[in-house]
Design a protein around this ligand. Structure first.
Ligand SMILES: Nc1ncnc2c1ncn2[C@@H]1O[C@H](COP(=O)(O)OP(=O)(O)OP(=O)(O)O)[C@@H](O)[C@H]1O
Ligand SMILES: [Mg+2]
Length: 429
């Protein structure tokens, strides 16, 4: 049965040095990290957080902020100075060494920054190592190792030595070894930091791909904000031993808890983080299919638009009607828009990241249509909004017209007035 928390960390402190408890008392009384004098180095101060099953929980912060110390308290590589850690509802702090070993073996695997492969063993034997510790037979564990190597894209490399592999491949072996342990929880401390940027990018994509099928709980440490934003379902930002904010990437970008976080996120690549849903506006140019061309014309005139989206009763988009076509329909005495609808060239899903919206936005004659999972029109994104969202500061909400010159409102008024007498079909305002 899954416990609501994969990991629950409460009021964790870690002080290295001569008098850790004294230091904790001082910190609890409000002392800062530099006021501890010779009592010790406070690496982690009063950190509390829960990691949910199946999420990627990123811990991010500058060098020395306490990230590695925290993650090592989550699997007992460091004991805590104060506070508690529970894993799937069971205590990890304060347990016997043998219990701790069992927890580590069965529930929490770790991937290290510098791979930590055994150099004289083959790739397959490295991957099979956790199974060996568990006493699984050689044939069985090597078969399993091959299977997992295929999963990380290293099929056929099992009998090579680690020295024959590139950095990216070595880290795949590190991940494969952690996966071989078959634990629900993976801890990854700067796992991709030693890789060059292109390989790193590839590994990030691969981790997300793996995660889609494996659904592990992952605690991932990085000092790279873009990496944190790409991978994290939630992110904890650390500063000087303390967690200063926990939130989704969007929360952290759009609502930074303090100046520190705000400064930190200034350089983030918003196009890869923010989604259509984060920046879309109400679908103002929209008419119901049951409305006629006159209503459509009036809406376009009022919104200074030369076309509108037409939706059915469930707000599913049927097409676009232009002002010219609506004028023709009115003149022809038509009551329905459906005969002159034009197809919607592009629509995007709410969870699409901004980076993927540029081409459709450029090719779209109207503010880009945003659809929810059921295909309903829930918003639109004018190009100016898309551009404004990439800069820091609040999202611009100003509307622009991206269409050719609309039919003039005088002309539309004339058309509507001409037909006013024959308006048995649609009421005039
Ligand atoms: N074993 C130790 N003994 C004494 N001090 C330590 C020890 N481990 C870490 N520290 C100190 O604790 C603080 C936090 O270190 P930690 O390694 O957790 O930071 P980090 O966020 O992982 O940094 P980095 O990004 O450089 O890996 C630092 O000031 C560090 O010097
Ligand atoms: Mg570290």
């Amino acid at each position: 049965m899954t416990h609501p928390h994969a990991i629950a960390a409460k009021n964790l402190f870690k002080v290295f040095g001569r008098a850790p408890q004294t230091a904790v008392d001082k910190l609890r009384a409000g002392a800062s990290r530099d006021q501890l004098d010779d009592a010790g180095t406070a690496a982690v101060i009063d950190a509390s957080f829960d990691v949910r099953p199946g999420e990627i929980f990123v811990i991010m912060g500058l060098s020395g902020s306490g990230k590695s110390t925290i993650i090592r308290m989550l699997n007992g590589l460091h004991d805590v100075t104060a506070g508690t850690v529970e894993v799937q509802g069971d205590p990890l702090t304060g347990v016997s060494p043998s219990r701790l070993r069992t927890l580590r073996r069965e529930r929490i695997a770790m991937v290290f920054q510098h791979f930590a492969l055994l150099p004289h063993r083959t790739v397959a034997a490295n991957v099979a190592y956790p199974l060996e510790i568990r006493g699984v037979s050689k044939a069985e564990r090597l078969a399993k190792a091959e299977e997992i190597l295929a999963l990380v894209g290293l099929e056929g490399w099992g009998d090579k030595l680690p020295s024959a592999l590139s950095g990216g491949m070595k880290q795949r072996v590190g991940i494969a070894r952690a996966l071989a342990a078959d634990t629900d929880i993976l801890l990854m401390d700067e796992a991709f930091s030693a890789l060059d940027p292109l390989i790193r990018r590839e590994m990030q994509e691969q981790l997300l791909e793996l995660q889609r099928t494996l659904q592990k709980t992952i605690v991932f440490i990085t000092h790279d904000l873009n990496e944190a934003m790409l991978l994290g379902d939630r992110i904890a930002v650390m500063r000087d031993g303390r967690i200063v904010q926990i939130g989704t990437p969007e929360d952290i970008l759009t609502d930074p808890a303090n100046d520190y976080v705000e400064q930190f996120v200034q350089d983030v690549d918003r196009a890869r983080v923010l989604t259509a849903a984060n920046v879309m506006e109400r679908p103002r140019p929209r008419v119901d299919a049951s409305a006629g061309p006159r209503t459509a014309l009036r809406q376009m005139r009022d919104a200074y638009m030369s076309a509108v989206y037409v939706t059915d009763r469930d707000r599913k988009p049927l097409g676009i009607i232009t002002d010219r076509d609506a004028v023709k329909l009115v003149r022809a005495g038509e009551s329905s828009l459906l005969g002159r609808l034009q197809p919607i060239p592009h629509s995007v899903r709410e969870d699409e990241v901004l980076m993927n919206l540029f081409v459709p936005a450029i090719e779209s004659p109207l503010p880009l249509a945003v659809l929810d999972a059921e295909g309903r029109l829930t918003g639109v994104i004018p190009r100016v909004t898309l551009l404004a969202a990439l800069g820091p500061g609040p999202t611009a909400t100003e509307e622009i017209t991206v269409l050719p010159q609309p039919v003039s409102s005088a002309e539309i008024d004339a058309v509507l007035a001409d037909e006013a007498a024959a308006s048995g079909i649609e009421g005039v305002r």
